[in-house]
Design a protein around this ligand. Structure first.
Ligand code: FAD
Ligand code: NAD
Length: 403
């Protein structure tokens, strides 16, 4: 009979992959069995999905076979969808089977949040995963091909409308500013016809971010043909476009993408966890309240920044740091030692504005613009690949193309 404790990790994103990798390094194979469960047999770089959606990178660059990183002889890999966690039975229900656990790590990432806006689920595309991002890319290209081949040309069919001017929306329109001119050349269409419009409810895009950097981002994107509609709340979405503002103005478009917010994976709610805006408010050791053996990480976790009295934003940077604390704490539990508290180390925020431009803050507040910022963004992306899969993965999937 197998008496080793079983650690089950749900979701092979930033938090799940790094936790599994660290558990493999920290624990002797005799100490515990490790199981990693993920929907697909690949891990993907969520932080590159806007590029996949715009079509500026191939989706295969953004995905990595899990078994290339995690040794299947050491970790049991299950490719299936998690439906529910039954905490009383210490069991995870999958679409096709059940798995029991002694220690559970929930790192199932985010789901797009439409805040119940009428028509959004039915008519808008979401940058949610590789498949949904590929669908956006294909749909945009289809609009161009269709326009070229139709007799009665409707110019608004080439408009790409992006709802929400947070980091995802802004990074996405930055990629579109690269992609749309390519599509115009490919289909021989005047560049003045397709429009890229970003709609943001707050008075400014990137609400709360450094004003100087926001002004830089706007100027750079506007100079490449992006239009911003700020202070314009999207009221609803129809098959023609967004209904916006107090006056219910219809902005027509052939492609409508919603980037207006995210929430924790719905498996949390289905499993009866108490939620704060769709996430589990974790204890300082990253365990779910009242649970001795369940950790919740990444975009599923509501982690309070006590100094500022608000939660840390859900980022890959934070998810990877959660992974380190979680792996340390599982080892501590196995060794009957005290657990450590999670302490976030802010490495800064850099947002891409297309392939050769970016802006952000690094090293405790230093502002970066333009090519240095774009280079820094690539360093951040490549560093992750190096941490995950060493030099091999960096050489295989790294962003080493010159500007
Ligand atoms: P994820 O990395 O999303 O992984 C979740 C995993 O769980 C996936 O593999 C998924 O397939 C799997 N899964 C989901 N549901 C199930 C299920 N039911 N059953 C089985 N498996 C399931 N953050 C930054 O720090 N820097 C950035 O530059 C940045 N850019 C971003 C750009 C975009 C376009 C987006 C959308 C986000 C960006 N973020 C960025 C935020 C960052 O991507 C997330 O915070 C991060 O991915 C969270 O990591 P995670 O491990 O919690 O989830
Ligand atoms: P977000 O919540 O940060 O931004 C959503 C935006 O949509 C907000 O500006 C909000 O005001 C707007 N919005 C909401 N409802 C609206 C409505 N009805 N009409 C018009 N606008 C509306 O979501 P996100 O941009 O998807 O980012 C999610 C997380 O991922 C954040 O924590 C972000 O920091 C992180 N992220 C980071 C990077 C980076 O570091 N480069 C890139 C992408 C995402």
């Amino acid at each position: 009979m197998n008496s080793k404790p079983k650690i089950v990790v749900l979701g092979a994103g930033y938090a799940g992959m790094m936790t599994t990798k660290k558990l493999m390094q920290k624990l002797h194979p005799e100490e515990a069995d490790i199981v990693l469960i993920n929907k697909h047999n690949y891990h993907y770089q969520t932080t590159w999905l806007h590029e996949v959606a715009a079509g500026t990178i191939n989706h295969n660059l953004a995905r990595i076979m899990i078994s290339d990183i995690i040794d299947p002889n050491r970790v049991r890999l299950i490719y299936d969808s998690v439906v529910e966690v039954k905490r009383e039975q210490q069991q995870v229900v999958l679409e096709n089977s059940e798995v029991n656990y002694d220690y559970l790590v929930i790192s199932l990432g985010f789901e797009t949040n439409t805040f119940g806006i009428k028509g959004m689920e039915e008519h808008a595309f979401f940058i949610q995963d590789i498949d949904s991002s590929q669908l956006i890319r294909e749909h945009i290209e289809y609009q161009f091909a269709q326009y070229k081949n139709s007799e009665a040309k409707e110019d608004h069919s080439l408009t790409i409308l992006v709802g929400g001017g947070g980091f995802t929306g802004v990074e996405f329109v930055g990629e579109l500013a690269e992609r749309v001119p390519q599509l115009c050349r490919k289909y021989d269409i005047d560049r003045n016809i397709p429009k890229i419009i970003n709609v943001e409810a707050s008075p400014s895009i990137l609400p709360g971010f450094d004003e100087e950097l926001v002004a830089y981002a706007k100027k750079s994107l506007e100079s490449r043909g992006v239009e911003f509609r700020e202070g314009a709340k999207i009221q609803s979405c129809t098959k023609e476009g967004f209904i916006v503002g107090e006056g219910n103005e219809l902005i027509k478009a052939g492609t409508v993408v919603w980037t207006g917010g995210v929430t924790g994976n719905s498996v949390l709610g289905n499993s009866g966890f108490e939620l704060t805006r769709g996430k589990v408010t974790v204890n300082s050791d990253l365990r779910a309240p009242g649970e001795e053996n369940i950790f919740v990480l990444g975009d599923c976790a509501w982690v309070m920044n006590e100094k500022e009295g608000r939660p840390y934003p859900p980022t890959a940077q934070a998810a990877m740091q959660h992974a380190t604390t979680c792996a340390n704490n599982i080892k501590a539990l196995l060794h009957h030692q005290p657990l450590e508290n999670f302490v976030f180390s802010d490495k800064g925020t850099v947002a891409s504005l297309g392939v050769t431009d970016a802006m952000g803050t690094v090293f405790g507040g230093t502002k970066l613009y333009g090519k240095p910022a774009a280079a820094m963004k690539k360093v951040v992306d490549n560093r992750y690949l190096f941490l995950l899969g060493g030099l091999n993965l960096f050489l295989k999937k790294g962003k080493i193309r010159p500007f």
